[in-house]
Design a protein around this ligand. Structure first.
Ligand SMILES: [Fe+2]
Length: 258
């Protein structure tokens, strides 16, 4: 994998997503995915399944004009599938997670661009509009019979949090499926380590330590630790990270929901 290839993939995915958006209005909800797109998606998931953690950086540095949503979706799928592999999940589950992760933010296609691309922090009202994207995504995908139900549920529930503070349905604890919790962690990590209009990207290590602070209440601690192991394997500054992971493991106070 090279940055050039990563750019091409993000641009291709972006074109397909634009097509979905247009088809939604022209041919209706049930026909939004062409046979070509479905075949492409299958190939993309296969490629991401074989990609390494280091490829995340290539996708992040990829030079593509519409990198934001497609780039984030691709990285999220790569990361979530990486975590799922570390957890020893079956290949069929890893593929379902990949499909859910790559489509997790599809509802954002239907959020006004002036809110999505706002170059500063969002107001409460604007944030409420953004928060509708997981329900919109679910409504758009629920009639797609070719998609596994668990992938569609990932789209619906990737912003749910263990303490019930998430959205859209304030699910809590084991009401949130492990696949959804994996994509939830991958999503937060990629958002923090990506540049935003209003802030620079955080380093992997800093983002991980921030997530650790929040994870006992909101994210699955076991999944967070697996993410930590993945970062540690690929990190150059390991000392603080290793110390934190070891400390958290010893304390073992996470509400780890199976
Ligand atoms: Fe999202």
């Amino acid at each position: 994998m090279t940055e050039k290839k990563a750019s091409r993939e993000i641009c291709d995915f972006s074109k397909y997503l634009n097509e979905v958006y247009q088809r939604y209005y022209v041919v209706g909800n049930q026909e939004i995915f062409t046979v070509k797109f479905r075949a492409y998606l299958k190939q993309l998931i296969k490629k991401l399944n074989e990609a390494s953690f280091d490829d995340l950086k290539k996708y992040r540095n990829a030079n593509c004009l519409s990198n934001c949503l497609p780039g984030h979706s691709i990285r999220c799928a790569l990361l979530a599938m990486g975590i799922a592999k570390e957890l020893g999940l079956r290949q069929s589950e890893i593929t379902e997670i990949g499909l859910g992760a790559i489509l997790h933010d599809i509802g954002k296609l239907f959020i006004p661009r002036e809110i999505l691309d706002k170059p500063c922090k969002l107001s409460e009202v604007e944030f409420d509009v953004i928060k509708t994207h997981s329900e919109i995504g679910f409504q758009v995908l629920k009639k797609q019979k070719w998609l596994p139900v668990s992938s569609v549920q990932i789209v619906h529930n990737h912003h749910e949090r263990l303490d019930g503070s998430g959205y859209p349905n304030h699910l809590a604890g084991d009401e949130i499926h492990r696949h959804e919790r994996i994509v939830g962690v991958a999503d937060v990590f990629d958002a923090m380590t990506s540049k935003r209009n209003y802030r620079e990207a955080l380093s992997y290590e800093f983002a991980f330590l921030e997530i650790v602070k929040e994870s006992p209440q909101m994210l699955d601690g076991h999944i967070v630790l697996v993410l930590g192991d993945l970062i540690k394997k690929h990190s150059h500054s390991q000392s603080e990270l290793t110390k934190q992971i070891k400390m958290r493991r010893e304390l073992c106070h996470y509400p780890c929901v199976k």
